[in-house]
Design a protein around this ligand. Structure first.
Ligand SMILES: [Zn+2]
Length: 410
């Protein structure tokens, strides 16, 4: 039997233990203080117990946070030394998002329910699937007495769901020495259902709030007022004109261009016979990394101001959120090629390197010049009621991690 065959067979033997780990983690809710929780300590201690069983060298990095009872948010690394190859890190997060309305759940979100291949519960996918698959991928090597190609480190962080200031952000600010630019960094926190997408880039995000002020008047005498809704509608229609000022395309992404969509609309006058004197709407922009967020914001201000002047109203544009994405991880980066090779060996798929419109914690690595790839075989259920993952995906990803950890040894 080849090394790859041995490893994948071994990884496939852990489904019972994977379920047990999922049950324990799901029964230990880790909600940050912004989500009315007491943080991640209990789950971190539970994880430490499992990691200790593998004989890994564990280091804790506690980020002080007075909002939780214990006074800190735990982060930990668990390492196994190996050959001369590069260090491989797999970063998963401990925290989960709240359940949302319980009546939308078909079972207790804090208790794993098994239905065939599906495991239901808050956190089973996001991000316990990452923790479980990387843990059992590494366990396969250890149980077979196989030394990894280089050092392998599992990282479990807090605060991913609420900004990462006390999680990866804290590690990169205070313990930057942990990482080097030669390291291979995998973040199993998003992906596609076939496991074939390796995410290497993210669009920048810009949210704008647009307030339009006219003059309220009785609807029978509109000439005496200024209709804010009418002016606002013209601005909403002009959103695509601004978008078309930025026609760049990048085939890493789907869709390949920047998106700029009018989205939220606040309620206006409650009655039909009043011309509204005020109107508010929002625009969500997902901008290709090569375009400056500031430039897009400026283009919106210019366009909306011009319409406001024509309509005789006043407009205020406010940036609600803005984030300039760092440059992409190269599609030829070692982490991408090694991952693609392991994916191909296990699934037969040619993985594709691509970008997404959302944001992930990998951007924090990229900001520091550390090439990170986001990858996992993921169902589309993160943050939803009745979140689930597939046991077969956990097993498949554990196999892929096992091969990745030995990649340089071939
Ligand atoms: Zn996540």
């Amino acid at each position: 039997m080849s090394l790859a065959e041995k490893l994948t067979k071994q990884a496939a033997s852990y489904s019972g233990q994977m379920l047990e780990m999922q049950k324990q983690f799901t029964g230990t809710p880790a909600l940050g203080p912004q989500n009315q929780g007491q943080g991640e300590l209990d789950k971190a201690l539970l994880a430490e117990k499992w990691l200790t069983e593998l004989g890994l060298e564990i280091t804790r990095y506690d980020a002080p946070d007075s909002r939780v009872e214990c006074g800190f948010r735990p982060n930990l690394t668990a390492c196994l030394s190996g050959g001369d190859g590069p260090t491989i890190w797999v970063l998963s997060h401990l925290d989960v998002v709240p359940t949302g309305p319980l009546d939308l759940w078909e079972s207790d979100p804090w208790q794993v329910r098994v239905d065939g291949d599906k495991l239901y519960g808050r956190g089973v996918l996001d991000d316990q699937a990452g923790i479980v698959s990387s843990y059992f991928g590494l366990k396969a090597l250890i149980d077979l007495g196989i030394k990894p190609a280089g050092k392998v480190g599992l990282i479990l962080v807090s605060d991913e769901e609420t900004g990462s200031e006390y999680g990866l952000g804290y590690l990169l600010e205070n313990h930057a020495e942990i990482f080097s630019a030669d390291d291979l960094i995998v973040v199993p926190d998003s992906g596609e259902a076939d496991g074939g997408l390796i995410e290497i880039s993210e669009k920048s995000i810009l949210w704008l709030k647009v307030d339009v002020y006219g003059t309220q008047i009785h609807a029978s005498t509109p000439e005496k007022g200024k209709n804010a809704l009418y002016a606002s509608a013209r601005m909403i229609r002009a959103t695509y004109e601004v978008r078309d000022q930025f026609p760049q395309k990048d085939d890493l992404f789907s869709p390949p261009g920047s998106t700029m969509e009018p989205t939220k609309k606040e309620a206006g006058v409650p009655n039909v016979n009043t011309v509204p004197g005020q109107d508010t709407f929002y625009v969500d922009c997902r901008i290709l990394p090569g375009i400056k967020v500031d430039e897009v914001e400026k283009a919106f201000r210019v366009k909306f101001q011009a319409i406001a002047e024509e309509e005789g109203v006043r407009v205020e544009v406010e940036r609600v959120q803005g984030y300039q994405s760092p440059p992409a991880t190269s599609a030829d980066a070692p982490v991408v090629t090694a991952l693609a090779k392991a994916i191909k060996a296990v699934t037969g798929l040619e993985a594709r390197a691509g970008g997404i419109g959302g944001g992930s914690v990998a951007a924090l690595f990229r900001e520091k010049g550390l090439p990170a790839a986001v990858w996992a075989t993921f169902q589309d259920t993160a943050h939803t009621p009745n979140e689930f993952c597939l046991m077969s995906d956990l097993v498949q990803d554990a196999k892929i991690f096992a091969l990745l950890f030995t990649a340089q040894a071939d």
